[in-house]
Write a protein that binds this ligand. Structure first.
Ligand code: C2E
Ligand code: CA
Ligand code: CA
Length: 690
């Protein structure tokens, strides 16, 4: 190409001028000679002090990895395939400065047939920094969006999806690439699809927004066609490409399920799916205030024992079987409910099922329940129930009937379980009897206050060690009323009801302190929950033991599992205070109550007393013996000592000893005896050097 242009400068000068203007350098490679030419600006870019041109290899070394390899490949490609290139790379200059550069190269064939490569090089560090900041922000934003629980979906004003975050992919089951560019209606089932078109049209026309900024519940459709509840909040933004709606979408399936479950549980029992007590009362109320009703409370005997030893899944199966047996055996119009733990309630209205018929149906449950329950764990479980029944012939509220049925149930249990007790009968006989006892008991306490001789007696029953020698005792109260010896089971519950248990307990403590003082043996005292939780209980113990001069380390307090279910914090703090003074705690009647072994390990308990009925039944059924063995094993692991009470035969004693029971108590060894006799025995055996 020729023209008449008069060049004012040489080619080299022109190159330098242009380079100054564009802030770029040039280079040229003689491929055969493997030599390199750099322009002035290229030297400056690489901050190379000597203007001696580097070799091609030296020049490539300025490039950071992986750009050194990329540039070598580009050179090869250009030589072999005449392919030009343009790329961004990171270099480190002679002085150690890191720079981002853009370099382009191409082939230049000389006349002599020699191959040259030439190209430009430009420092783009500042613009690269800006770009990466933007890129960094975008990456950060996407990371946030991808890690949200909520899905983020962007649509344009026509409803076309522009963005679909990772969580949105998870929620809807679509890949972003499946849905970007399609209408957002794809994510909605009918009739939302139809409504959405209309909604967008209206909005674009009137600007009236129904859902902007507000979270609301809608239904979404997954790729597989299933629908699910979502919470949707939409915001609006203007972009250079027009209006965009950004929807935050949350899958609320789990939340909804939880809410439904809570609703269900407030009226139903989860396991048996029967109505609960609240629901039953609501239903009974619909019978009308004038309805005559019969209510039965049915309680599985020793259910907790099954639960704590065989595990809750076995317990659950037993509950389900019992529920089924009751359901099959009572009138179809009767209402059946499941109360707390192991209690069922049946309510009859006499309009459907007269009193005698309902009684007969409930009565027939007793033999029916004795059929063994075969569980899937191949345990064969013998279940019995205790039942309390109350009838209301005048319109009274159903809760009242329930409370009556419950006290009848308590009486059925007190009479030895596996039986039915009817409320009315109970009232007639018990009330008169209780009244007479109540008066006598008040007199007794007055007598204690004034110092006259009391009919209350402290008896002691020995506890023996592995060698069957007496190690200590349990104090048991007796009441001499005229020529009758009233057993504690008869007056202690009454004293508890009347609040008289506190002064009675105080009297007993006084006797026990004396026994400890005289024998220096550990003595256990029974303390009912009312006494234990009574204000000043600990102070009274310290005061009495101190005054009498009996060491607190010798005092054992027997409490029942029931206490541990009440006012947990208070019970724990009382136990801790006494424990610090060396007082020991023993869990009485273990195996009949509601707590389990694992709960006990948080308490300062040093002894478990296995209930005497439990001991007895262990020698009657293999299942109960297995339960007993498990309890002993678990207690060993928890490092609490085991006391077996109610041991009546030598066979039992040997078995228990061999099973690892530390202490035994029962008629086989010693019957309870008056305080004085026990002390005499101990002190004489001591002096005999036993
Ligand atoms: P408990 O604490 O379970 O006491 C053990 C009961 O088993 C005692 O009945 C005892 O006489 C009896 N017993 C001991 N060995 C055998 C045996 O080999 N076979 C059988 N069948 N029974 C045996 P007791 O003295 O009639 O006491 C009954 C309950 O009254 C006690 O049960 C305890 O809960 C309560 N009690 C006794 N004294 C007091 C007291 O001072 N204060 C309080 N709050 N309750 C007391
Ligand atoms: Ca006891
Ligand atoms: Ca006991």
């Amino acid at each position: 190409m020729t023209n008449n242009f008069n060049w004012p400068v040489s080619a080299k000068q022109l190159l330098e001028k242009t380079e100054n203007l564009t802030k770029s350098g040039s280079w040229c490679i003689d491929v055969e000679a493997n030599t390199l030419f750099w322009s002035l600006h290229t030297y400056e870019l690489f901050e190379r002090s000597s203007h001696e041109p580097p070799s091609v290899d030296e020049a490539v070394k300025y490039y950071c990895s992986p750009y050194d390899q990329i540039i070598l490949d580009a050179i090869d490609n250009a030589v072999e395939k005449s392919k030009p290139w343009c790329l961004k790379a990171q270099v480190i200059t002679e002085k150690g400065t890191t720079k981002w550069i853009k370099t382009c190269g191409s082939v230049f064939e000389s006349v002599a047939g020699k191959t040259f490569l030439f190209g430009s090089i430009q420092d783009i560090s500042s613009s690269h920094a800006n770009l990466t900041e933007l890129e960094r922000q975008t990456v950060a934003l996407n990371t946030i969006l991808d890690n949200l629980v909520d899905g983020v979906i962007t649509i344009d004003s026509k409803g076309i999806i522009q963005g679909f975050s990772k969580p949105a992919e998870r929620i809807f089951g679509y890949q972003a690439s499946d849905v970007i560019g399609t209408n957002v209606k794809i994510l909605m089932p009918q009739p939302y699809r139809r409504e959405h078109d209309q909604y967008l049209k209206n909005y674009n026309k009137t600007g009236k927004k129904k859902i902007i900024g507000i979270g609301r519940e809608v239904i979404g459709a997954r790729k597989d066609g299933s629908t699910f509840p979502i919470e949707l909040a939409v915001s609006e933004t203007d972009t250079p490409n027009g209006k965009r709606f950004i929807g935050m979408v949350r899958d609320i399936t789990q939340q909804k399920k939880a809410a439904e479950k809570i609703e269900f549980l407030s009226h139903y029992d989860e396991l048996t799916r029967l109505p609960n007590r609240t629901r039953l009362i609501e239903q009974v109320e619909t019978w009308g205030a004038e309805a005559k009703i019969t209510v039965a409370c049915i309680n599985i005997d020793y259910f907790r024992r099954i639960n704590s030893v065989l595990g809750e899944s076995v317990g659950d199966e037993v509950l389900a079987v019992v529920a089924e047996r009751i359901k099959l055996n009572v009138d179809a119009n009767a209402l059946l409910a499941k109360d707390l733990a192991d209690k069922f309630i049946v309510a009859f209205t006499h309009a459907h099922c007269p009193e005698q018929a309902s009684l007969a149906q409930i009565q027939s449950l007793l033999p029916l329940m004795r059929e063994p329950v075969q569980t899937s764990h191949s345990h064969k479980i013998h279940v019995t129930v205790s039942i309390g029944i109350a009838t209301l012939n005048k319109g009274t509220n159903s809760n009242h009937a329930l409370v009556n049925a419950e006290s009848a149930l308590a009486s059925a249990k007190a009479q030895g379980r596996n039986r039915l007790s009817i409320y009315q009968e109970l009232m007639q006989s018990n009330l008169q009897h209780d009244y007479a006892l109540e008066t006598a008991l008040h007199n007794e306490l007055e007598c204690i206050d004034t110092g006259c001789e009391t009919g209350l007696k402290c008896w002691l029953q020995s506890k023996v060690g592995r060698d069957y020698k007496t190690l200590g005792a349990e104090a048991l109260i007796r009441w001499q009323l005229g020529d009758r010896m009233v057993p504690p089971d008869e007056f202690i519950p009454l004293a508890e009801q009347l609040g008289l248990i506190v002064p009675i307990g105080h009297w007993m403590l006084e006797q026990v302190a004396q026994v400890i003082k005289e024998t220096n043996k550990p003595v256990a005292i029974n303390v009912s929950p009312k006494e234990f939780l009574h204000e000043g209980f600990t102070a009274q113990i310290f005061e009495t033991m101190n005054r009498v001069g009996a060491p607190t380390e010798r005092l054992i307090i027997e409490i029942t599992e029931n206490l541990l279910l009440q006012q947990h914090q208070k019970v724990l703090s009382i136990m801790k205070t006494l424990d610090q003074a060396g007082v020991k705690f023993s869990i009485d009647d273990f195996g009949t109550g509601y707590s389990n072994l694992s709960r006990l390990q948080w308490l300062p308990v040093s002894e478990l007393k296995i209930d005497k009925e439990f001991i007895q039944s262990a020698f009657e059924s293999e299942r109960d013996r297995n339960l007993l063995d498990s309890i002993i094993l678990m207690a060993k692991q928890m490092r609490v000592s085991i006391v077996a009470e109610g041991v009546e035969t030598g066979l039992q004693a040997t078995y228990l000893k061999d099973s690892g029971v530390d202490l035994q108590q029962g008629f086989y060894f010693h019957k309870p005896q008056p305080e004085k006799d026990w002390i005499k025995n101990i002190t004489s055996s001591k002096s005999r050097g036993a």
